[in-house]
Ligand binder design. Structure first.
Ligand SMILES: [Fe+2]
Length: 446
């Protein structure tokens, strides 16, 4: 998909130049067979290039092995996360199922299209043509590399992968793209984990009680159908020292489910603060995103912002804020450090369809907030925080994202001034077509 020049409105700032990348599942059926879960579709990376008073758009499928083989065959051959049909190929390695559809991040000379069950997939940042799977080290080939790496203040990248239910793989990648360190740590009863957090000295994992029953997988169930929600078990928190991965602390929180963590930071004495988007249970993953694929009216649960305190003594506390929120975003320079603002997309008012209609910025210090609500025909997607300059204070930023306007039948890029979010977008750029609803994006300044 390609559009040379989007229809601009409002005032796009002259010094906001660069590329806004997004990723999404964009092909949900092939050869008359439809996937059963929203997360299954082949990844398509979008690039919105903002330069010289003009914005262009390019979208291209990631040519994973699965995508290439199924395109050639004209039908689905390989199981996906939530779809495993009779006659499909047996799974011998996670990358067979890799659809590279969840996030995208610029790192070194590559743009990495990320999934969470297998390799990062390198693509050309300009043409979006696929280069191939990233092998960080020969013994790590094909192992999971999550879609939520965290950029540290020195430019290095931390990430994790969950292999089976007993192996937590940690990665530390230098700013130039080379692997500094990686290891597989044995951890009992690893559940579904989508995101994690860093602080100045630690890596922090929240482990919801959505546990993998290996026997189901062996019996032929999809990966999704092999996870079992166990509400009588707590949500565990695991804290690992960055400089010594054998130093680990465990905590327990009430049972709950999450996809995303906003941020974490620690006090000099060791107390860790973390905010995340908390679901009461995992039905959003196991039921609602599946029902979406069948169309029609579906129930949809939302997450609430939750603030967790992990004390050095081993005690954990949690406060849940009001809201129906997702896609937390922070000023990326504050990753792992105390931040004042958390930006989320919100289901505001009496919205009863799945998705979001508002953008909300929470001031965590003052416990105040700003919100801008679109009409209910607008489906809001993730908005990322773009600092206005390298030295701008936390909060002096643009919020950049996409909305699907279902009435107009187009996707628009929207830009907010974070400090005046409630005033609505300061600028928009309309595509001549709609894009599928997606997951995560990343802005790279020119
Ligand atoms: Fe995510």
């Amino acid at each position: 998909m390609q559009a040379e020049s989007l229809t601009l409105s409002g005032r796009w700032p002259d010094d906001l130049r660069g590329v806004f990348y997004r990723n999404m599942p964009a092909r949900h059926e092939r050869g008359g067979t439809r996937y059963r879960h929203w997360f299954d579709g082949d990844g398509m990376v979008q690039a919105f290039r903002i330069e010289n008073g003009r914005i262009s758009h390019l979208g291209r499928f990631v040519e994973t092995r699965k995508y290439a083989a199924e395109r050639a065959a004209g039908r689905l051959l390989v199981p996906a996360f939530g779809t495993r049909l009779s006659g499909m190929q047996p799974i011998t390695s996670p990358d067979q199922m890799n659809v590279a559809n969840t996030s995208v991040i610029r790192h070194g000379d590559d743009l990495l299209a990320l999934w969470e069950g297998g390799s990062a997939w390198a693509i050309d940042p300009d043409t979006l043509r696929t280069r191939g799977p990233v092998v960080w080290r020969d013994d790590l080939a094909g192992l999971p590399f999550s879609a939520h790496p965290r950029r540290d203040s020195d430019g290095s990248l931390w990430n994790f992968g969950i292999a089976g239910n007993q192996s937590l793989i940690l990665y530390h990648v230098a700013a130039d793209g080379r692997l500094k360190r990686a290891a597989a740590l044995p951890v009992a009863d690893l559940p579904f984990v989508h995101d994690f957090a860093i602080t100045e000295r630690h890596l922090v994992f929240l482990l919801p009680p959505l546990l993998l029953a290996m026997e189901r997988l062996i019996e032929g169930a999809s990966v999704l159908d092999s996870y079992v929600w166990q509400p009588d078990r707590p949500m565990r928190a695991l804290v690992i020292a960055k400089n010594d991965w054998s130093r680990q602390r465990w905590y327990e929180l009430p049972a709950g489910f999450l996809f995303h963590i906003g941020n974490a930071w620690e006090e000099p004495g060791g107390t860790i603060h973390l905010d995340y988007l908390r679901f009461a249970d995992a039905a959003v993953l196991t039921e609602h995103f599946r029902a979406l694929m069948r169309g029609g009216a579906v129930r949809h649960d939302y997450a609430q912002p939750a603030r967790v305190t992990l004390h050095a003594s081993g005690k954990a506390a949690q406060a849940v804020l009001p809201g129906r929120s997702e896609f937390p975003a922070i000023d990326p320079r504050h990753n792992g450090r105390r931040q004042r603002y958390l930006v989320v997309v919100e289901a505001s008012g009496k919205l009863e369809r799945p998705g979001f209609n508002a953008l909300r910025r929470i001031d965590l210090d003052r416990e105040t907030e700003q919100i801008h609500r679109f009409g209910d025909e607008v489906m809001l997607e993730e908005h990322v925080v773009v600092p206005k300059s390298a030295t701008a204070e936390d909060g002096d930023s643009w919020l950049l994202g996409t909305v699907l306007d279902t009435a107009a039948g187009v996707t628009r890029l929207t830009l907010f001034d974070a400090a005046r979010l409630a005033d609505g977008p300061v600028a928009e750029a309309a595509l001549p077509y709609p894009l599928p609803l997606g997951f995560h994006g990343h802005f790279v300044r020119a």
